[in-house]
Design a protein around this ligand. Structure first.
Ligand code: CP3
Length: 366
């Protein structure tokens, strides 16, 4: 197809690098802003594009991923875009069947039950072959985005992916996955290591394809306690950042990395010393205390409660102002504390973006 001829080079020049500068802690004219799940079902045009199509089929179409990634940029002056895809494409690449069941969410028909089941996973994953469709989507989007804003690539972190592979889908207790940690610690580490190896190659492939920043989603950090986080999550998050950065350095590339470990309060100090330039925060952390605990070592991203978008627009503006005052305008990327929900009003998302830009411009001028 025509898309196959598009190569990861000669990209349009980047016109707005505010997000990249904030990630590195440099001065900016305004605080950059983007939203997790900004390409999502709250947009009527997204629902229309996705209508009647299988979710993972959509993920495998570079043209569809590109279109869905660009949709929110046509409405709002976001300072970054995140490639449309899903964290569960990695377990798929390792040989697991994953389906998106409407109304139920991601489902693994045959989840991992016992350590023997690790033998079902591919020993050596050909990342370029299995996940090349994501790389093509990134390259195509880098061309079509016309340098408006940087494009973020992403992955799920090992523990979050492991928990899905064992639970087989969403869960309240995550007790099946946690059972492995307590009952099969060695097999757990083996699986986490396998995932880490694939993730490192996957992230490097995304950068080679054109990703200008990388976010690692440890969405299920919060179901671990401090000790389990230190044993089963943090070492792998660190390993990923170190290995990706070492390789990128060899290639003379500098790509900011964001660690988003949802609900992992106890891990904040450790996360700020884990080779990531940016630590993403959920809404349960007070901005000032997050700054104190990370000691200016990293930039911070977040963390408005997504549900604050249900408030009237004036109230959103007040909440944003307080958030900016808490974080300060330097080394800060405004975002929500988690993704947008399907029933949110696009107009209020617009009000959020506008409030971040307006208040932060005022604060920086003073
Ligand atoms: O806009 C963006 O943020 C980029 C795209 C993106 C998606 N998934 C698209 C998507 C990103 C970054 C993800 C990551 C992801 N996927 C995470 C980590 C972030 C988080 O939310 O904590 C997780 C846990 C998943 C797994 C997953 N995929 C879930 C739980 C769901 C929701 C299922 C449901 O029915 O509500 C998905 C599906 C999904 N991924 C949607 C989108 C836009 C909605 C389904 C659709 O479009 O049909």
């Amino acid at each position: 197809s025509k898309d196959d001829l598009i190569l990861p080079k000669d990209f349009p020049q980047l016109l707005n690098d505010t997000f990249l500068r904030a990630a590195r802690g440099e001065e900016t004219e305004h605080v950059p802003v983007w939203c997790m799940r900004q390409a999502g079902r709250y947009l009527p045009e997204f629902r229309e594009s996705r209508a009647g199509k299988d979710f993972f089929e959509t993920c495998r179409s570079p043209a569809a991923c590109c279109e869905l990634t660009l949709q929110p940029l046509r409405r709002f002056p976001f300072d970054a875009a995140i490639i449309f895809s899903d964290i569960l494409v990695v377990p798929q690449a390792m040989g697991m069947d994953v389906q998106m069941v409407p109304g139920k969410g991601p489902t693994f028909p045959e989840p991992l039950k016992e350590p023997e089941d690790l033998q079902r996973l591919h020993v050596k994953v050909d990342v370029a072959k299995e996940l090349g469709y994501v790389f093509k989507a990134i390259t195509l989007t880098r061309h079509k985005i016309e340098g408006k804003v940087p494009l973020i690539g992403f992955t799920g972190a090992p523990w979050t992916l492991m928990s899905y592979m064992i639970e087989g889908g969403g869960s309240n207790t995550h007790s099946k996955a946690k059972r492995w940690l307590y009952r099969h610690p060695e097999a757990s580490h083996m699986l986490l290591k396998m995932l880490t190896d694939v993730i490192v190659e996957y992230l490097l492939g995304q950068v080679a394809a054109g990703a200008q920043a990388l976010q690692v989603f440890e969405s299920h950090a919060g179901i671990l306690g401090p000790a389990e986080f230190k044993e089963f999550s943090l070492p792998y998050l660190r390993d990923i950042a170190r290995r990706v950065k070492d390789k990128l350095k060899e290639a003379g590339k500098d790509v900011p990395m964001i660690a988003f470990a949802k609900d992992a309060h106890y891990g904040l100090e450790d996360l700020s010393q884990s080779h990531y330039e940016v630590v993403g925060l959920d809404w349960t952390i007070d901005p000032r205390s997050a700054r104190e605990r990370t000691g200016g070592k990293v930039s911070l991203q977040g963390n408005m409660d997504p549900c604050a978008l249900y408030a009237p627009k004036e109230r959103i503006s007040d909440i944003v102002k307080k958030m900016l005052e808490g974080f300060g305008t330097r080394g800060y990327i405004a975002n929500l504390g988690h993704g947008l929900y399907p029933d949110m009003d696009p107009e209020n998302v617009g009000a959020f973006v506008k409030a971040v830009h307006q208040h932060s411009k005022q604060m920086i001028k003073q």
